[in-house]
Each structure stands twice: as structure tokens, then as C-alpha cells.
Ligand binder design. Structure first.
Ligand SMILES: Cc1cc2nc3c(=O)[nH]c(=O)nc-3n(C[C@H](O)[C@H](O)[C@H](O)COP(=O)(O)OP(=O)(O)OC[C@H]3O[C@@H](n4cnc5c(N)ncnc54)[C@H](O)[C@@H]3O)c2cc1C
Length: 375
């Protein structure tokens, strides 16, 4: 079999691999990307499509904003659906409002980018889906984007091929790396450097690296409605009190303790199943709804309907839409690190960089992270 050459090889056709291929191609490298499936079927097409700087660890807020700028540029060049709808974090209790207000005080960067507390009536300017009955206030953040991952991920791959000459090899698994050689299921390649962006596959390449890292698999349950009627638009993506217990930026708020205590008794099943509820939209006008979080190295393959019902029960407390008829349910998996860490970037040998562990923030952080990693 002939040997092929590239400056940079990328393993994995999810958002992390695509972002590294883009960053390397922009530097002028000849880039090859290997994806073992015929098209991406991993976390990167199973998510909400939210580019979500709000609530991320404060030290990666600027990285999230850089990613957002790249998403806008990619959207302009590919024509993908990309809503600049922002987000609303809805407070229906005083303890939720207290956390949001404390967060704003602790995060001047968010305020500088337009985050502010608004009253119940003003939320309707940003989303018709908000339930204002019983709403205390909300944190409005204008920077969140909503893309449709099923449309965006293939479009980014096509953009890399057409505009940057990246050689994308779908249906090709990388079996081993021993630079300058990569052994794939379809031949041997030569490359100067490799980025291993293999998502939740911790066993095929550099298993020792993963085994010695604080990384595990998180299983998430998701749902999608059919398209909403008459072009109805969600506007801002929505979430509420349970999300304040999920997103890391709120953990530095002293007021979180009181909220956690109330939530444990008000929503015990949701808390036991790692549920926080987000509502986003897709290119065809459907709504994405989720999700739950279960952590283990190996997961049972079954989705629990009681978990989906608990997501819907909480969603109905803060959001409404023309209809919430579910058309699809699925499970996704993320590579997730211990509390406090935002990514795994490590060099198991010269020329090889493993990038994983972006957890629930890969759509938000990958483009910015890849620029930093590729250099
Ligand atoms: C339900 C759900 C909702 C989410 N919502 C959001 C959200 O709204 N916003 C956000 O920012 N993040 C969100 N996330 C997180 C985000 O989707 C992930 O962080 C991100 O997709 C991870 O990207 P990845 O490229 O590492 O993984 P993947 O998308 O899984 O891609 C890894 C790829 O590597 C390939 N691969 C592995 N090993 C090899 C090999 N040896 N050879 C060739 N190919 C290989 C796999 O086939 C796979 O396609 C969500 C995740 C889930 C599951």
C-alpha cells in the first residue's frame, strides 16, 4: 500500500477534531483528518447546538467568546443556520435570583458583554417561550449562539475540504501512531504531528494516557420535538434554577448553598439523575430538550423514560411552546473530567497531542481551544 504524507494529522471528526483541523489549515499546514465512521455520529451531532459562554468556568469565558467569533465566521462562510438569540437564565424563586445577582457581581466580564438582570415582562422581548407566571426575574446574556449540530458538523467538514484543502478520510480508523507513521485501516500515513481528538474512545490510542487521567464517560438523555408550526421561533435559549447547580461558574457563589438545599427536597429525582433543563432550537424549527447526567466508565445502553419524563416535568415549569410533542429520543456520551478541569490536553510523546475531556462544552470551547493548542 502506498504511504501518504501530511504536515498535520487529526484523529476524530467531531467538533474537537474539526476545530484542530481548521486551526492547523489556517496556519498553512497540509492537513489530513481521519474519522472512523462514514460521518460524525458522536457527541458533536447529539447536542443542543448551543455555543454557551455564560456559566462556563470563569477562566475560559474569553476562550468561549473567541470560539463564538469563529462560529460566526464559519456560519457566514458556510451559510449554516446560526441564531444570535442569546440566553435567559430564569429565576422563579428568590434563592435563584440571589445566585444570579451574586454571579454578576463576581463576573465583571459577563457584565461587560451585556449580561444583566431583567424583569419578568422584559424576558418576552427575547423569547416567547418564557412562562412569566411566577417568574421573579432573569439573567439575560446576549452572546449565546444556537446552531443545529446535525447541519453544522457536516458543513464544517465540507468547508475544511473546499476552502482549506483538508483531506478528510471518513470510514478510516487510526489503529496506532508511531511518528512519523500512522497506521490506519486504509493504509499508512506520514505526518509531522498528530492531534488525537477521539472523544470518548479512551482505549484505542494512548490508553495509558486516558487511564492515568481523571476522565470518565457521562451519559446524557435528549429529546427533540417535531418542527414548531408557522415558523415559530424560540429566540433566546432557556434554562432555569437546576442549571445554576450544573454550570461551574455559579459554584463560587455563596448563595448557591441555600438553592442547592431547596432543590434537593423540591426536585429529588431530577437531582439524583443529574438533570438540568435547556431548551434550544434546530434549523427546521424543532426544539431540543434535555438533559440528564450519569457518570461511569461503562454505561448500560438503555434510556430511562422516567428520566425523560422528569426533564419534561421541569421544563413545563418555566417554558411553553406551540407544542412539545416528542419526535426523537437519544442518548449521547461525553468525555468528562473531574470537577474544575475544562479540558485534557497532553503530549504522550513528541509530536502527539491528545485533546479530550471538554464535557458538556465542546461546541462552546473547541474553536478557541484549538487555536491555543495548535499555536
Ligand atoms: C446530549 C449532549 C448535549 C450537549 N450539549 C452541548 C451544547 O449545547 N453546547 C456545548 O458546548 N456542548 C454540548 N455538549 C458537549 C459536546 O457535544 C462535546 O463536548 C463535543 O461534541 C465533544 O467533541 P469530540 O470531538 O471530543 O467528540 P465526538 O463528537 O464524539 O467525536 C470524536 C470522534 O472521534 C472518532 N474517533 C475516535 N477514535 C478514532 C480513531 N482511532 N480513528 C478514527 N476516528 C476516531 C469518533 O468516531 C468520533 O466521531 C453536549 C453533549 C451531549 C452528549
Amino acid at each position: 500500500m502506498p504511504t501518504h504524507h501530511a504536515d498535520t494529522a487529526v484523529v476524530g471528526g467531531g467538533i474537537v477534531g474539526l476545530a484542530h483541523a481548521l486551526a492547523a489549515a489556517r496556519r498553512g499546514d497540509r492537513v489530513v483528518l481521519f474519522e472512523r465512521n462514514d460521518y460524525c455520529v458522536g457527541a458533536s451531532i447529539r447536542n443542543f447546538g448551543l455555543v454557551w459562554p455564560i456559566g462556563q468556568h470563569l477562566h475560559v469565558y474569553e476562550r468561549a467568546l473567541r470560539s463564538r467569533a469563529i462560529w460566526l465566521e464559519v456560519a457566514r462562510r458556510t451559510g449554516i443556520w446560526c441564531q444570535r438569540g442569546g440566553s435567559l437564565l430564569l429565576a422563579r424563586h428568590n434563592d435563584e435570583e440571589a445566585v444570579l445577582e451574586e454571579f454578576l457581581g463576581l463576573s465583571p466580564a459577563a457584565g461587560e458583554h451585556g449580561c444583566r438582570m431583567i424583569g419578568a415582562e422584559e424576558t418576552l422581548r427575547f423569547s416567547a417561550a418564557v412562562r412569566t407566571d411566577g417568574l421573579t426575574s432573569a439573567l439575560w446574556s446576549p452572546v449565546e449562539l444556537n446552531v443545529d449540530p446535525r447541519e453544522a458538523i457536516p458543513a464544517i467538514a465540507a468547508h475544511l475540504v473546499e476552502d482549506y484543502g483538508v483531506d478528510i478520510r471518513f470510514g478510516t480508523a487510526v489503529r496506532s501512531v508511531s511518528l512519523p507513521h500512522l497506521e490506519t485501516t486504509k493504509g499508512i500515513w506520514h505526518a509531522d504531528r498528530v492531534f488525537v481528538c477521539s472523544g470518548t474512545d479512551f482505549e484505542t490510542l494512548y490508553p495509558q494516557t486516558f487511564a492515568s487521567s481523571p476522565i470518565t464517560r457521562c451519559k446524557l438523555q435528549m429529546m427533540r420535538t417535531t418542527a414548531q408550526p408557522r415558523g415559530w421561533e424560540l429566540g433566546a435559549a432557556l434554562c432555569a434554577g437546576l442549571s445554576l447547580l450544573y454550570y461551574p461558574a455559579f459554584r463560587s457563589c455563596d448563595s448557591l448553598h441555600a438553592l442547592r438545599e431547596r432543590m434537593e427536597s423540591a426536585w429529588p429525582y431530577q437531582r439524583d439523575n443529574g438533570i438540568h433543563v435547556l431548551l434550544s432550537q434546530t434549523a427546521d424549527g424543532a426544539l431540543s430538550i434535555g438533559d440528564s447526567h450519569h457518570y461511569a466508565d461503562t454505561h448500560e445502553p438503555f434510556a430511562r423514560e422516567s428520566v425523560n419524563a422528569a426533564v419534561m416535568e421541569y421544563l413545563r415549569t418555566f417554558a411553553q411552546a406551540p407544542h412539545l410533542d416528542i419526535a426523537e429520543r437519544w442518548v449521547g456520551y461525553t468525555a468528562t473530567l473531574d470537577e474544575g478541569r475544562t479540558e485534557l490536553v497532553t503530549q504522550p510523546e513528541p509530536g502527539v497531542t491528545v485533546v479530550s475531556g471538554l464535557g458538556g462544552a465542546g461546541m462552546t470551547l473547541s474553536f478557541g481551544l484549538a487555536e491555543e493548542v495548535v499555536g
